[in-house]
Write a protein that binds this ligand. Sequence first.
Ligand SMILES: *Cc1c(COP(=O)(O)O)cnc(C)c1O
Length: 384
Amino acid sequence: MSSNYSIDTICQISDKEIADQWGALSFPIYQSATFAHRGLGGSTGFDYTRVQNPTRQQLEFVVASLEHGTDAIAFSSGMSAITTLMELFSPGDHIIVDSDLYGGSVRLFDVINKKNGLEFTTAELYKGGYEALFKENTKAVYLETPTNPMMNVTDIEKLAGEVHKRGALLIVDNTFLSPYFQNPIPLGADIVIHSGTKFLGGHHDTVGGFLVVKDKELSEKLRFIYKTTGAGLSPFDSWLILRGIRTLSVRMERAQQNAIALSEYLRSNKYVTKVLYPGLKDHPGYEISNRQARGYGAMLTFEVKSTEIAQKLLGEVELIYFAESLGGTETLITYPITQTHADVPKDILELNGINDRVLRVSVGIEGIDDLIADFEQAFERAAR
Ligand SMILES: *Cc1c(COP(=O)(O)O)cnc(C)c1O
């Protein structure tokens, strides 16, 4: 198989040899825990599904190709991917993390990893000023860009230069833009994370996660931890994400088109005080986005006039769902302060401007006129 294919084509590739001797177009679900040997030393290449499974391997091949990595490892959730990744580090290691991150990642670092002896420094990485953050024992820098939910954009290439000068690893959670719009590895990242639950799966029907690595040595270390701790993605869920990826490019294009239109609509709405979307020309990250990504994605955040409007809006939307998560074909609205960011410390919330008037939208692929009409009616009722 060629890795020179375009992104749209990579989403369709299938290993025909493993797929099926009968020519099945849909990659089979190898629902088997174990695999028989043909004799002593005669493994088929698959021994036990915790270690590897043909369906999962096919998915990993596609995701590694999409992210330009040497290897991708599929996990039972985004959080199990990040938890396994953190096992690379030892007590006393120091990690610099962005201040605006997925709430579950903050909880993992604060409650589990700190207890196990890791040390963290939190910083607003999009602002630069990296010099002061590094210490003797700094082993990695960890970020999301654009951030969740405040949409801050960090220059990955510039940061990678600073991180590598000091021999540390650059880790980028690329869930928000998906590999369709952004590839951190060619920009200098060593490890890319995905919650496969989001745009890769794309249908709000399964939970999964990925670590994609630039070099082979790191992949071997992570594969060892992976087979030892056992958080691999099941064959059926691997198949669901493979199937989701087949339409990644058309979903991303359409969702982005809707997000651009919705960001403009919200900006003109009298109850809205702020719209954060990197595709808006006056967004501070607009220029960097144009340089390092192929699009702005389908996530946007906005702030309304009052807490009351924000909270009532959640109950008044009809077509749009009030739900956590993101990246599916349906549009979701969420309230970060009580939902995705409920466990983020108060000072960090304040620093990032996440208050009780902030709402986040994962824009789906419905008709844009219907989405705008739903917001119109919801705002009118919420403001009553
Ligand atoms: C959802 C999410 C995660 C966690 O992934 P799960 O699949 O829910 O475990 C991590 N990072 C980001 C940016 C996410 O949106």
